[in-house]
Design a protein around this ligand. Structure first.
Ligand SMILES: [Ca+2]
Ligand SMILES: [Ca+2]
Length: 100
């Protein structure tokens, strides 16, 4: 009898944990869905600048083709992003590309 009661109680606890987890997840995904823009928001200037600095491995303030290779979407459009066609991306060129 004691064993049975223990099992029942354990089952009940497992159920409530699952239920609570379900509620939390449901609430979280509902909130996410409401806040989700139809189109992902453009990165902020601070984010763009952080990505630029991270990608500019040698810190010369420009992204070479080799450095840009770390960002496949940028590398694939390197010629387009390199507006003045000098073979490297300035912070300004990079920023414009990120906001496109
Ligand atoms: Ca560089
Ligand atoms: Ca350039």
């Amino acid at each position: 009898m004691t064993l049975k009661r223990k099992t029942l109680s354990a089952n009940f606890e497992a159920r409530s944990v699952l239920l609570i987890a379900g509620w939390t997840l449901g609430a979280a995904s509902a909130a996410l869905a409401q806040n989700m823009p139809a189109r992902p928001a453009a990165p902020s200037d601070a984010e763009i600048s952080a990505i630029f600095k991270q990608t500019d491995k040698n810190g010369d303030g420009k992204l070479s083709r080799e450095e840009a290779a770390a960002l496949p979407s940028v590398a694939a459009n390197f010629e387009k992003v390199d507006a003045n066609a000098d073979g490297s991306l300035s912070a300004e060129e990079f920023s414009k590309a990120m906001k496109m």
